[in-house]
Design a protein around this ligand. Structure first.
Ligand SMILES: Nc1ncnc2c1ncn2[C@@H]1O[C@H](COP(=O)(O)OP(=O)(O)OP(=O)(O)O)[C@@H](O)[C@H]1O
Ligand SMILES: [Mg+2]
Length: 250
């Protein structure tokens, strides 16, 4: 392992993805995601953001190229272990039938079944709810009856139940009212800082990307066009397309 690997969560090299009838969803993607950073993935609709983030816990596989996590090729990490360490929060998360507590228990059982379970710090359900900003009294609520914002918070709490190192979020706030969305974003930022999580978040709200992230990745037409520190990306990106999109919103 080199010094660079020691601080890199994900490293993608020459990643290509082709879906359906010869649709190139990702082309020549080279990207490093350092550990402990909050990375915003932005770009126009159809750019390949969801396609990219889904590769990171093997919901899909690339056609070619390599992806490492923590220095290991991700296909060499047992998929259950990878998904315990790298948790995914969806745009419109599905709740399992049952209570909020039962939803959290499913995730906890998954973590406890992991080969190195003893070494993992698994939070108590109350603690996970608290971290995600949910009143612990919600534990007994029917998970199907939650509002969109509550559901999103519970899905974050559920993701925390496996003691993850990395959180992947695909447009976690796009179905929510702006003020509810702001609270979710504040929670993500707080979690990243207090638990030293690596976060990769797709968002189409640029002000949200700027507020939450330490690094920004701009994608367009299946390619990573430019990536760098968020402040630089939003003030002086090198690429003209990145400048138009990030500074002028087009
Ligand atoms: N299963 C599939 N088969 C064929 N084409 C697909 C498939 N999934 C996605 N695509 C295409 O790949 C491209 C990238 O899609 P992707 O969902 O990654 O974009 P995105 O950046 O997440 O967009 P949005 O902001 O709208 O969510 C799009 O042109 C999409 O139509
Ligand atoms: Mg998408």
């Amino acid at each position: 392992m080199t010094a660079a690997d020691a601080v890199t969560a994900f490293s993608l090299r020459q990643v290509q993805q082709i879906r359906g009838d010869d649709v190139h969803t990702l082309r020549d993607v080279d990207l490093d995601i350092p550990r402990g950073e909050v990375v915003a993935l932005v770009g126009p609709s159809g750019a390949g953001k969801t396609s990219l983030i889904r590769l990171l816990n093997r919901l899909d596989s690339p056609a070619s190229g390599s992806i490492t996590y923590d220095g290991s090729l991700i296909e060499t990490i047992p998929v259950r272990e990878l998904r315990r360490r790298v948790a995914f929060v969806f745009q419109a998360p599905a709740m399992f039938p049952g209570t909020v507590a039962e939803n959290l228990a499913v995730a906890r059982d998954l973590a406890r079944a992991a080969p190195n379970a003893g070494a993992i710090k698994i939070p108590e359900p109350d603690e996970a709810l608290h971290l995600a900003g949910v009143d612990p009294a919600f534990a007994s609520r029917d998970a199907q009856s939650l509002s969109g914002g509550e559901r999103q918070r519970v899905s974050i709490a559920r993701a925390l139940m496996t003691g993850p190192e990395t959180l992947l979020l695909d447009e976690p706030t796009s179905a929510l009212d702006p003020d509810v969305a702001d609270h979710i974003i504040a929670t993500v930022r707080m979690l990243a800082a207090s638990m030293q999580l690596t976060v990769v978040m797709v968002t189409h709200r640029l002000e949200e990307a700027r507020a939450v992230s330490t690094r920004t990745v701009f994608m367009e037409a299946a390619r990573v066009i430019e990536a760098g520190p968020t402040e630089t990306m939003f003030t002086a990106p090198t690429n003209e397309r990145a400048r138009n999109f990030l500074l002028r919103g087009k």
